[in-house]
Design a protein around this ligand. Sequence first.
Ligand SMILES: Cc1cc2nc3c(=O)[nH]c(=O)nc-3n(C[C@H](O)[C@H](O)[C@H](O)COP(=O)(O)O)c2cc1C
Length: 328
Amino acid sequence: MLKTRFTELTGCKVPIQMAAIGSLARPPLAAAVSNAGGLGMLQLSGFTPAQATRSLEEVRKRTRGVFGANFIVTEAWYPDLEDLRDVVETTSKHAKVVEFFYRQPDSSIVELVHSNGALASWQVGSNDEAKAAAKAGCDLIVAQGIEAGGHIRGKIGLLSLLDQVLDSVDVPVLAAGGIGSGRAMAAALAAGASGVRVGTRFIVAEEAEAHPQYQKALIGAAPEDTMVTEVFSENWPNAPHRVLRASVEAAQAFKGEIVGQRRLASSGEMAPAKRFESITMTRDTTGTLEAMPHWAGESVASVEKIQPAATIIDELVSEAERLLHSWK
Ligand SMILES: Cc1cc2nc3c(=O)[nH]c(=O)nc-3n(C[C@H](O)[C@H](O)[C@H](O)COP(=O)(O)O)c2cc1C
């Protein structure tokens, strides 16, 4: 078994964290990952404390494993971090790991997580940001390379980033961006990462509730079909993201303001999806789906079929173990 500082710290059985893949990071997928020994994640940005509690309790009902929750803390959504206080406090009482992304690391929110009994994590895109996360008291740091699907914090490739971050901080570091195979996982672990964070590959997990048209587009795509853009910035400006190029072209060609309807993860209500809005397509999404963001990392190369989350984890771990042993 692959035992690392990450598995020791969190109690996970395997060194794999599911990325909080937007509205797809819901209880069924988070619990399936946790049941398979990984760190399942919920995405709770925009949730009230009551809504967050409901989701966290739902995960707990489905698993005895380890899970966490993620907040996108961009200033575009939270000009004042104080607005997150209550929901972070509640979440820290239920989740093992509480994680933040897209803002300069902040020690007061890290202390809030700690004082309510959880571990604090920050996904970073640069060495300076990693050092700031360590200084802010984070227990874990996720180094995200530019290969990643979804919003990207940094500007450089994962290995170059790991090279710097692993020398700069003492806490366990997870590698994120472009990891969809056991080979990529083995490379990150061999480089010194304590685990990997996997996003795109879980979009096609059976439990993910991603729209089948989105899943099909990923299954047919190659890394070269992805691009980094700022096109889907309607509700989140100045935040580069990696998506399938075809969705950028379709959004640009779309005439009109509203591309369809989507379900809000927090309240469960349906709401209009604006053209160029940063949304994640679930099974309930309707409209001109091809013009909505098809978030995808370079790891899309490893997305071949719809599988249970546990099978994805088994494949990654067994291939990584085999490669790491043959290399020794
Ligand atoms: C559909 C999708 C949604 C994402 N949403 C979030 C999010 O809500 N919070 C976050 O911290 N990262 C988010 N990310 C980025 C991931 O945390 C992670 O860095 C990325 O998925 C790693 O690259 P990979 O997709 O190649 O595995 C998202 C990624 C994808 C693909």
